[in-house]
Design a protein around this ligand. Structure first.
Ligand SMILES: Cc1cc2nc3c(=O)[nH]c(=O)nc-3n(C[C@H](O)[C@H](O)[C@H](O)COP(=O)(O)OP(=O)(O)OC[C@H]3O[C@@H](n4cnc5c(N)ncnc54)[C@H](O)[C@@H]3O)c2cc1C
Length: 400
């Protein structure tokens, strides 16, 4: 019999999982309910992950990162999310959307200057793509950047829904933001995107508002960011002017995989809660797990959980960070796992009856948090669209 475990393909992966699980149990689990209830982001806890080497998990070691692969990224997101998806989302925005992007697409000078700060937790990073009037339709974004005679860039526009956009209740903006802006059009009239590293203190960069009253992910801060004649030094342009679509697409693949990993953590935890409850809860003189209708919830949840786990880690094992072209499966895992997680959390609430409906028993929070994963980082509909488009280009993917 084979001992192959795709979720822990090496001894190092297994050790990483054990370390993160233990740390999460001790540090993340005890604060999860309270931070969700109070809509508070645990900034210090995120910073402290720098000491564990997890903030720069995929960044090169020479800049303070851990230099690990997509499977390692998946493991950390799964483990954090099993306790606190809101906190895991803040971690994702920092380590995947900012740090990984910079590590793979920044210039040597930018990496040397900024990576050590974000890998240690001294600086908190964010990524700003979405806008009040443009989400899925990314090429419809309105934020513009115009180069001045002295070489600096002038940014104007608003970014919406930015995780870690503000880092406290006082409206302090993220220390550094990866901002996508329009810098022109090509000869066919298509919008050209460029990336700018905007740092706290740069004139014209501020928080418009912290967004309150979210359904879930309330332990992460979501903000509107304002760029009002924001002056960005020439050295903070990432890559070549107008060439950002490529690295945006590459980074989206890792983002979608790790969002799916968060769904996996939610599914696992919800299943665990419902399974234990079904043994302990007695009705009509029998543990409720003896009832066929409860068995359907548990049985179907197990199968969904195992299917998402297999697909997610299969994709993670095949995803090379820093390359693009794996969108079929990064969209596929997110499409499948996010809805599966929501359904498992829903089943858990049903199995747990009234207790499932209150915060102390965790699953209602997981249920609320799971919903965001069907929207953020690409909606279900965008994944359906991408998959269908990619299978038009490469129908043979089905038979390989
Ligand atoms: C809590 C939270 C955190 C977030 N964090 C970040 C972040 O850190 N950085 C960032 O840049 N963004 C972030 N986002 C934004 C998120 O990525 C967008 O909300 C998402 O991409 C959808 O964009 P939208 O909200 O503008 O909806 P829209 O794009 O306007 O979509 C509305 C509806 O229309 C559908 N639709 C749109 N186009 C099509 C089409 N061609 N075919 C079929 N259906 C279509 C959509 O699927 C959806 O159902 C976050 C959002 C939330 C809620």
């Amino acid at each position: 019999m084979s001992n192959m475990d795709i979720a822990n393909p090496s001894e190092e992966h297994l050790m990483l999982r054990e370390m993160v699980r233990e740390w999460t149990q001790e540090n993340v689990e005890p604060q999860a309910h309270e931070h969700d209830r109070d809509e508070k982001f645990n900034l210090e806890l995120l910073r402290s992950m720098g000491e564990l080497g997890l903030l720069g998990i995929s960044a090169p070691e020479e800049y303070g990162g851990a230099g690990l692969d997509a499977v390692a990224c998946t493991i950390v997101h799964e483990e954090l999310s099993a306790s606190d998806p809101g906190f895991a989302l803040a971690y994702l925005a920092h380590s995947m959307l900012f740090v990984n992007n910079l590590a793979y697409n920044g210039t040597e000078e930018q990496k040397a200057r900024i990576l050590p700060k974000v890998c240690s937790g001294e600086w908190i990073g964010a990524m700003a793509m979405s806008e009040p009037d443009a989400g899925t339709d990314v090429l419809g974004l309105g934020t513009s950047a115009v180069q001045q005679d002295d070489g600096t860039w002038l940014l104007n526009g608003r970014k919406m829904w930015i995780t870690n956009g503000c880092i406290d209740e006082e409206g302090t903006p993220a220390d550094v933001v990866w901002v996508y802006a329009k810098t022109g059009e090509d000869e066919r009239g298509r919008v050209q995107l460029s990336t700018f590293l905007v740092e706290a203190g740069m004139p014209g960069y501020s928080v418009g508002q912290k967004i309150y009253d979210k359904t879930g992910m309330r332990a992460s801060n979501t903000a509107e960011l304002v760029f009002d004649d924001c002056i960005v030094p020439e050295a903070n342009l990432v890559g070549d002017v107008g060439q950002s679509l490529l690295h945006m697409m590459g980074n989206l693949e890792l983002e979608r995989l790790t969002l799916a990993a968060m769904a996996l953590g939610i599914g696992r935890r919800a299943l665990d809660e419902m399974n234990r409850y079904a043994t302990d809860r007695v009705a009509f003189n029998a543990p409720i797990r003896e009832f066929g209708q409860i068995q359907r919830y548990i049985g179907e949840s197990w199968a969904k959980y195992r299917a998402m786990r297999a697909y997610i880690y299969d994709t993670a094992n095949n995803l090379t960070i820093g390359t693009s072209g794996q969108r079929l499966d990064s969209d596929g895992v997110k499409l499948f796992a996010t809805t599966a997680a929501k359904e498992i959390a829903d089943a858990a609430m049903q199995v747990m009856g009234g207790y499932g409906y209150v915060g102390e028993y965790h699953v209602e929070r997981l249920w609320r948090d799971a919903k965001l994963l069907e929207i953020g980082g690409g909606t279900l509909e965008s994944h359906q669209k991408n998959i269908t488009r990619d299978l038009f280009k490469d129908g043979e993917a089905i038979n390989r």
